[in-house]
Design a protein around this ligand. Structure first.
Ligand SMILES: *[C@@H]1O[C@H](CO)[C@@H](O)[C@H](O)[C@H]1NC(C)=O
Length: 324
């Protein structure tokens, strides 16, 4: 009988000793602060740092901590000393931050107080629970993902990919606008103050980019305010608003007609415009010292009829090159 109880007891002890957690995440702790170094457990289950303490492998699962014997770790009352005990339900609230910093219910500062063993310190949740207490922090070597990189600091800030779609900064307005007409293909209409698009009419805009703009960024912008915001301009607009913007291979001149207009250097594709919106059509290195031409036409027979007075007075309307 005695033998069988002993055997049963031994069996239980063996079973318990074998309860090493198979789930969760294994980690080691290091203390830093007044007392620094590996954090380990002594045979009594107390978790310590200091001289002669070697690192213990703990297991973190959820917010709970176990030692390498499967004993639950808790802030043992009344002093709230950290200890891992057999059959102890571990305290919940441990967390490892992305940088490995350990917290307990959000608390990141812990305490080490001196023990009877020289140079060894127990870990406490609060100060003032023992002798010679010092504040520490705990760091884990595992069970954290690593922090995202900090937002990069640029001095000066990086140049934006595009210039803003407004005239609150350096810009160029067109020096020549030629509305060519497919239904009157040999007619040279000469310069106009109006940008005009219909099923047969497209408008070519010349811009003179000063040589001083070398190295700057240029955005071709189309500004389209609402009628009510215009003081010196006006527009008529019907249809889908699907417009095709293209960079032409050469500038236009007073003799430009539909039939002799320059070819397309780069088609920026369709932008569907509507009143009350501003658009960055394309951004490129400023063609400094050059005269460049862009054409706006009705995109794929979209049926847009559009005529506006190109005007930089508030609210500015039309095609501009914004520099930045
Ligand atoms: C808009 O249409 C009206 C009526 O045809 C015309 O008088 C006016 O000049 C047009 N405005 C523009 C900017 O084309």
């Amino acid at each position: 009988m005695l033998y069988s109880i002993l055997a049963l007891g031994l069996g239980t002890a063996l079973t318990e000793a074998a309860v090493v957690r198979t789930s969760g995440c294994q980690l080691h702790f290091t203390a830093s602060g007044a007392i620094s170094g590996p954090v380990g457990e002594i045979s009594s289950g107390q978790v310590r740092a200091g001289s002669g303490v070697s690192s213990t492998t703990f297991t973190l699962q959820g917010g709970q901590l176990w030692d390498n014997k499967g004993h639950g770790c808790w802030w043992t009352p009344p002093t709230h000393v950290l200890q891992c005990d057999n059959n102890q339900n571990p305290d919940n609230g441990f967390k490892v931050g992305c940088d490995g910093s350990v917290s307990y219910n959000g608390q990141t500062e812990f305490w080490e107080c001196q023990t009877g063993e020289s140079g060894q310190y127990n870990v406490y949740l609060n100060g003032g629970q023992g002798v010679n207490c010092h504040q520490i922090t705990l760091k884990a070597d595992n069970c954290h993902s690593g922090c995202p990189p900090p937002p990069p600091h640029f001095t000066p800030p990086p140049r934006p990919r595009t210039c803003p779609a407004n005239l609150n900064g350096p810009y160029e307005f067109p020096h020549l606008i030629i509305p060519v007409d497919e239904s009157n293909p040999n007619h040279a209409p000469g310069t106009s103050y109006f940008g005009e698009v219909s099923s047969s009419v497209s408008s070519i805009f010349n811009f003179d980019i000063p040589s001083g703009d070398k190295g700057k960024r240029c955005s071709l912008v189309f500004l389209f305010p609402q009628q009510k915001d215009l003081t010196t301009s006006s527009f008529n607009f019907t249809g889908s608003g699907a417009l095709d913007f293209a960079w032409l291979s050469e500038p236009a001149n007073q003799g430009t007609t539909y039939n002799n207009k320059p070819g397309t250097k780069q088609d920026f594709g369709t932008t569907t415009v509507s009143p009350g919106n501003n658009y960055v059509i394309s951004t490129f290195a400023c063609p400094a010292g050059e005269t460049v031409a862009f054409e706006i036409s009705d995109a794929n027979g979209g049926g847009t009829t559009f005529r506006y007075f190109q005007d930089y007075n508030p609210a500015p309307i039309g095609l501009y090159i914004r520099k930045c």
